[in-house]
Design a protein around this ligand. Structure first.
Ligand SMILES: [Zn+2]
Length: 283
């Protein structure tokens, strides 16, 4: 019988500066997707996964986590995209003894993408004045892995998913996977970095999550009105297969955007389909 439990906090959608990207073809808003932070806690200790993006989100996450009255031993960062870790600094203000952990590849990527401790140009332009201190303070996950009150949390390398060197965290005693961006929960998926073979690599990573047969999958980006069922694994595959088809059949940003919105009308935040399109086609 495990003594662990988990809880999920979802940071709400956040508007991007209108100057950051060309306007959406349908005139809709450009928003950052809801972002989940997971707390895995035992009787005394807890670990936080993916503290969020803007400073205000980090302050809210810290306040939420403090309500559990556990010793936060560390913050695990699933991958180097800024939306998953730039808010670590305000969380560390609340929990100064917590470590920040990530895989060796992720730590290197965090350093590469925050030259001089500043957010990379995309994030700075999208959220001017809203991002806190992004000096990298992450250290590589210890060889012995992570634990909460003596129970194991196991980081798995997932390779390329929505970026390079992504990971997910498996908590065997809870049948839980905290997936970072390997799995999405019915929110439009970011595919600008997929290149020619990125979708195949991403599908392999999803297979690695499915092989663990988790009961619960907390996706990095989730519709806050939905639970965290394992069926999001299949949903994520379906979106990728659809995107691969659409990549092969359209020739412009607008065509991609319209095709994906038409195929996934219930999925949250079409602005991310537009972000993908802008990253892949010059017009
Ligand atoms: Zn993300």
């Amino acid at each position: 019988m495990t003594s662990l439990a988990h809880a999920v906090h979802v940071s709400p959608m956040q508007p991007l500066a209108t100057t950051a990207l060309p306007p959406r073809p349908d005139g809709g808003p450009m928003l950052w997707s809801p972002l989940s932070t997971t707390l895995i806690y035992g009787p005394r200790e807890a670990v936080l996964v993916d503290p969020g993006l803007i400073a205000e989100q980090g302050v809210a996450v810290a306040k939420w986590a403090a309500g559990f009255d556990r010793t936060i031993t560390g913050i695990y960062v699933t991958h180097a995209h800024g939306d998953h870790w730039y808010a670590a600094a305000p969380v560390l203000e609340q929990f100064p003894d917590a470590k920040v952990w990530a895989s060796a590849d992720t730590v290197a990527e965090m350093e590469r993408t925050t030259p001089g401790g500043r957010p990379n140009p995309f994030w700075g332009a999208a959220f001017p004045g809203l991002i806190g201190d992004t000096s990298v303070i992450a250290e590589v996950v210890p060889e012995s892995g992570l634990e909460v009150d003596g129970e194991a949390l196991i980081p798995h390398s997932a390779g390329h998913t929505d970026t390079e060197h992504t990971t997910f965290l498996h908590v065997p005693s809870l049948d839980l996977v905290v997936s970072g961006d390997v799995v999405y929960n019915q929110v439009h998926q970011y595919l600008s970095e997929a290149g020619d073979h990125g979708i195949d690599a991403w599908l392999d990573a999803i297979d690695a999550v499915a092989a663990l047969a988790p009961a619960t999958v907390v996706a990095g980006h989730k519709n806050p009105e939905r639970d965290d069922p394992a069926s999001v694994i299949d949903d994520t595959r379906e979106y990728l297969r659809a995107a691969a088809e659409v990549f092969g059949s359209v020739t412009s940003r607008t065509e991609y955007f319209e095709a994906m919105v038409q195929r996934f009308p219930a999925w949250l935040n079409p602005g991310i389909a537009w972000l993908t399109a802008v990253g892949r086609w010059a017009e």
